[in-house]
Design a protein. Structure first.
Length: 51
């Protein structure tokens, strides 16, 4: 039988919702994506940030 310790969840932020000319909004979007992944139970989150 599987236990919680047997499963790992990994997440990565998306480039799809980022704007090239709007760095402040990109930072907010990435922060929300990271927070959502952690609340959802991800063990590791890999951010993709374009500055």
């Amino acid at each position: 039988m599987f236990q919680a310790a047997d499963c790992s969840g990994f997440a990565e932020t998306s480039l799809r919702n980022k704007a090239v000319a709007d760095n402040e909004n990109n930072l907010i979007r990435s922060t929300l994506e990271l927070a959502s992944a952690m609340i959802g139970g991800a063990d590791a989150v890999f951010p993709i940030i374009i500055l």
